[in-house]
Write a protein that binds this ligand. Structure first.
Ligand SMILES: Nc1ncnc2c1ncn2[C@@H]1O[C@H](COP(=O)(O)OP(=O)(O)OP(=O)(O)O)[C@@H](O)[C@H]1O
Ligand SMILES: [Mg+2]
Length: 381
């Protein structure tokens, strides 16, 4: 796609326009509403310390104050809490020692627009099982079949009497698998066991936290490496549940995923790509935040995420990534100079087919700055 040439202004006089910095060429304010885009899905890309999380937090604060949207954050580094707490939001800490639980088996009747919400839920549970069971080759066809069969069984039971106390747990899946004849079912059940009765059973509890707050932050820092992926997948599924409920209520859901590359690895990629596409249709506004450009271009499937993101907030880039991005996004050497050795909060904004260099020098002597910064000596106490 040909991008427009500089200079340009991005100033939309809309009720929910948000501040994204100053136009580096004219010094005019950049105020845009991502909802006006054909596809509001967004990416924030940049090297460590370039200001990615800062930009996400600034948008969160701004969106919280000027819109009625819900905001959900997946926070693998535990750094969004001060901001979320200041706004009276809910922090959910998911860790082996936490007593706050979310149930990966949660389902609501809006979960899918197809007649059968269970079909989409089964997709999610297959991704979850891939993580748990799948070795190098992933789940085998017979394993997939038995999982799918069991998922349908346990939800059929739930929908006959859909009271919260009947919401299935991983344990129900485990037990259903054990009742199947195929040895593959036993294999999957055995792999699941540690997550059901064993030491990793944090996802085998009914949801006991309030996730209806307008701003919710899932802190998954204390999950180990393998559990972190599972945690991110489960959080993503909870967000999806919320997006579908909000759609019925005519409300938008902004979802910020920091360390987004973790969601693009191996087994998780196809579910993430699917969600990325579905979000827009359902009034969701996802934002992926990552320093790892290569993970975003790891496969044709994942590139889809790029193609479905009309909002890209590009901060300073490493040399290798710059070349990759220049090719992928069709940007000129001159435009590239704005993401070459650029300072914190400086870069290129892609908004629809407009590209604009921006500068955001956020005033440091403010309460809000102290809620946004990650520099230890500046963080609000
Ligand atoms: N727009 C800005 N105005 C002023 N200072 C900024 C701005 N953006 C970033 N900074 C400063 O840079 C620091 C690092 O930013 P941030 O935590 O967002 O980096 P990051 O890109 O998320 O890094 P990492 O990849 O390590 O997570 C912030 O704590 C803040 O002090
Ligand atoms: Mg960060």
């Amino acid at each position: 796609m040909a991008r427009s040439c500089l200079p340009y202004e991005l100033f939309q006089d809309r009720k929910e326009s948000l501040y994204y910095g100053l136009n580096a060429l004219s010094n005019n304010l950049i105020m845009v509403d991502r909802k006006a885009l054909k596809n509001p899905n967004g990416l924030i890309l940049g090297t460590p310390g370039s200001g990615k999380s800062f930009a996400a937090k600034r948008e969160i604060a701004n969106a919280f104050l000027v819109s009625d949207d819900d905001v959900i954050i997946c926070d693998p580094e535990a750094e969004y809490a001060p901001l979320v707490e200041r706004f009276g939001g809910q922090i959910i800490r998911i860790s082996p020692s936490s007593s706050q639980y979310v149930n990966p088996m949660d389902i609501n009747l809006n979960y899918s627009e197809e007649d059968n919400p269970v079909a989409l839920k089964a997709d999610f549970i297959l991704s979850l099982c891939e993580l748990v069971v799948g070795g190098k080759e992933g789940l085998q066809p017979v394993e997939k079949t038995v999982i799918d069969r069991c998922v349908h069984q346990i939800y059929q039971k739930y929908f006959e009497d859909p009271r919260p106390e009947n919401m299935p747990l991983l344990q129900d899946l485990y037990e259903a698998l054990l009742k199947q004849e195929e040895k593959e079912a036993r294999h999957v059940a055995t792999a699941l066991e540690i997550y059901v009765t064993g030491s990793l059973n944090i996802f085998n509890h009914r949801t006991n936290v309030d996730i209806t707050n307008r701003i919710v932050c899932f802190d998954i820092k204390d999950l180990g490496k393998q559990m972190k992926k599972i945690g991110m997948l489960v959080v993503q599924d909870q967000v999806w549940g919320r997006v579908t409920q909000n759609r019925s209520a005519g409300k938008a859901t902004r979802y910020f995923m920091d360390e987004f590359h973790l969601l693009l690895k191996g087994e998780l990629a196809s579910w993430s790509v699917e969600i990325w596409k579905r979000f827009r249709k359902w009034g969701g506004i996802p934002t992926g935040i990552t320093q790892n450009i290569k993970d975003l271009l790891a496969s044709r499937e994942i590139e889809n995420i790029f193609e479905n993101s009309d909002f890209i907030y590009m901060l300073n880039q490493a040399a290798g990534d710059r070349q990759i991005l220049a090719k992928q996004l069709n940007i000129s050497p001159h435009q590239l100079s704005y993401v070459t050795h650029s300072g914190e909060g400086e870069g290129l904004l892609f908004y629809g087919n407009v590209i604009l260099p921006f500068v955001d020098r956020f005033p440091k002597d403010t309460e809000l700055y102290r809620l946004l910064t990650t520099k230890p000596q500046e963080v609000a106490v």
